[in-house]
Design a protein around this ligand. Structure first.
Ligand SMILES: [Zn+2]
Length: 70
């Protein structure tokens, strides 16, 4: 969001990926739910929890080496 200094440590990179990943996942889920595979959004939405969970897990394990800021 217009940050003048962007930290490039692994954790901040993963953290920055969370929202785009959530939006992309939502988009894909809606596409799949509108397709002809017989999956409604009600059966698909937990995928979003898995994606967020995996990203948060990755964030927790990611190195903060070179982290900038407080
Ligand atoms: Zn950082």
């Amino acid at each position: 969001m217009g940050d003048s200094i962007r930290c490039t440590c692994q954790r901040c990179k993963v953290s920055g990926l969370t929202w785009p990943a959530v939006l992309i996942t939502l988009g894909v889920l809606f596409l799949v739910s509108r397709g002809h595979w017989g999956y409604g959004i009600g059966a698909l939405w937990p995928v979003l929890l898995v994606v967020i969970g995996l990203l948060k897990l990755a964030e927790a394990f990611a190195s903060t080496e070179g982290h900038m800021g407080s």
